[in-house]
Design a protein around this ligand. Structure first.
Ligand SMILES: [Zn+2]
Ligand SMILES: [Zn+2]
Length: 214
């Protein structure tokens, strides 16, 4: 997705509406922090997660490329987006906050395991050149992470927005979207697959690929 940029002017507007909703300012629960999710209104895709403090900082700072701009004009430059990529294998703290918010649950079709219990998986494996980016990471529970890693013949593809397509060895594809996007587009191809995927007699975790996949 290449949605509209999130600009400093929009953040100021957002801040104003938040303060209008909660006069005196939003208060985080004791001992916690208040997370704010910015969602693309056209697609429902999660664009960014910030705390109230970060939002205030970004709105005050304005556009770093145009520091001398009239604070009430908006140059339109993006000041906030999905967390930046890292060269490391391990996702950054910002990615670890963003992705469970985007995915909510394990992204394997039909699995409802909470994202808090899930692993962040490189959809295109890191060993095969898959980058550590929000566009290439999704939440998978341990069981489905193993299925993906070890069961032969499964294909996983994801768009930048986090729309994940899983294709079984027999060629049946199911698509899952992050929850915010689910209502906007509904697109499953074909009926749920029947039968078990082929198991690998030599695979160390052949038993993991035994149960009905979806
Ligand atoms: Zn600018
Ligand atoms: Zn799962």
């Amino acid at each position: 997705m290449n949605g509209q940029p999130i600009t400093a002017g929009q953040l100021r507007d957002l801040l104003e509406s938040l303060d209008a909703l909660c006069p005196g300012g939003l208060q985080a629960p004791a001992g916690g922090s208040l997370g704010i999710s910015l969602v693309d209104p056209a697609t429902g895709a999660l664009r960014a997660t910030v705390t109230r403090a970060e939002l205030g900082r970004l709105a005050r700072r304005g556009c770093p490329a145009h520091p001398n701009n009239d604070p009430n004009s908006d140059c339109g430059c993006p000041v906030l987006d999905r967390p930046a990529p890292t060269d490391a294998y391990r996702p950054t703290a910002a990615q670890q906050r963003f992705l469970p918010t985007r995915d909510r649950t394990c992204r394997h079709p039909g699995c409802a395991t909470r994202a808090g219990w899930a692993d962040l998986d490189h959809v295109l494996p890191h060993a095969e050149g898959g980058p550590t980016t929000c566009e290439n990471l999704c939440c998978l529970c341990r069981r489905h992470h193993r299925l993906k890693t070890f069961a032969p013949g499964w294909r996983f593809e994801m768009t930048a927005d986090g729309v994940l397509s899983v294709t079984t060895p027999s060629g049946v594809t199911r698509t899952t979207r992050p929850p915010g996007m689910a209502a906007l587009h509904r697109n499953t191809t074909g009926p749920p697959p029947t039968g078990s995927p082929p198991t690998s007699p030599t695979g160390p975790t052949a038993d993991e690929s035994e149960p009905a996949p979806f």
